[in-house]
Design a protein around this ligand. Sequence first.
Ligand SMILES: Nc1ncnc2c1ncn2[C@@H]1O[C@H](COP(=O)(O)OP(=O)(O)OP(=O)(O)O)[C@@H](O)[C@H]1O
Length: 329
Amino acid sequence: MATLEIDRLNKTYGTVRALRDMSFTVGAGEIFGFVGSNGAGKTTTMRIALGVLAPDSGEVRWDGRPLDLAMRRRIGYMPEERGLYPRMKVGDQLVYLARLHGLSPAAARTAMEHWTQVLGIDSRRGDDVLKLSLGNQQRVQLAAALVHDPDILVLDEPFSGLDPVAVDVMSGVLRDRAAAGVPVVFSSHQLDLVERLCDRVGIVKAGEMVEVGGIEELRATQRPQWVVDAPQAPPGWAAEVPGVHVVRYDGARTFLEVDPAHEGAEQAVLRAALATGPVREFTPQRPSLTELFRHVVSSDDAAADAASGGAGSTGDDPTAPPTRQEVSA
Ligand SMILES: Nc1ncnc2c1ncn2[C@@H]1O[C@H](COP(=O)(O)OP(=O)(O)OP(=O)(O)O)[C@@H](O)[C@H]1O
């Protein structure tokens, strides 16, 4: 197995610049989580990787070579707008899709039986897809992506709408495929899940990759956070401590960022807390992926604001992709 390389993809739809030099790699056996606000460019990137959409510029490579049609047939793809035939039986449909990817009739049937069993839908093989619940349709959709034993998995929001058991089944399958050497890339808005499952994460904003790396690596780019539980501390107690930035107050707990360049700031904030009364907790906190995501997205907004002098504006560039609010409005 080899590495999937997404190299400087650009894509414009009319006046909307959907991708700007989008680049990342997914190595053999790696699970890569692709996260970003609505309209950030995830689906566009995945469609280009699959070859159903052409980029304006840039390239997708597999094993160092541009992806050709034969290699694209080796991708297992789960589209966002699920692509099943509603009035076809689950088993027949999976056999048909496997045959389309070149499997013999016998191999296609074996693969269908295997994946319906692994995904817990073997008892539904004889049912039309439309008779299944949405979660079970999604399991069929994953089976459809896997039935030809792909060398690469590209999955657009595979976890949306799944119950916790189905999430576990799906996670297990992705881990298993990765363990077999398949590069797995999937998009999701469920950041806790991405954090649990992925080796590396890419945070995309307005068509650009703004952060990419392992979760620990990304955490290390953030200022250290502390939580202080001081029940008698009055509001604003930490505001004047040098080198300390109060992120938020939550009842008796205060969440703080400490400037690493400011030597002794942690001890100063502890002293300030003790001066107010008892301190029940004083703990360093590792930011979750959700916090990292908020930080990356909002700090970019702040930078854009500062550059444009506007409030929440994306600047004067008329080709800039819409903000989340514009997209969801
Ligand atoms: N066929 C299209 N025609 C015009 N604009 C499009 C088209 N497809 C996508 N866009 C625009 O391109 C941008 C990127 O969209 P894309 O669907 O790739 O985002 P996404 O990250 O997958 O979003 P979501 O999380 O909501 O699925 C958005 O501004 C979207 O409105």
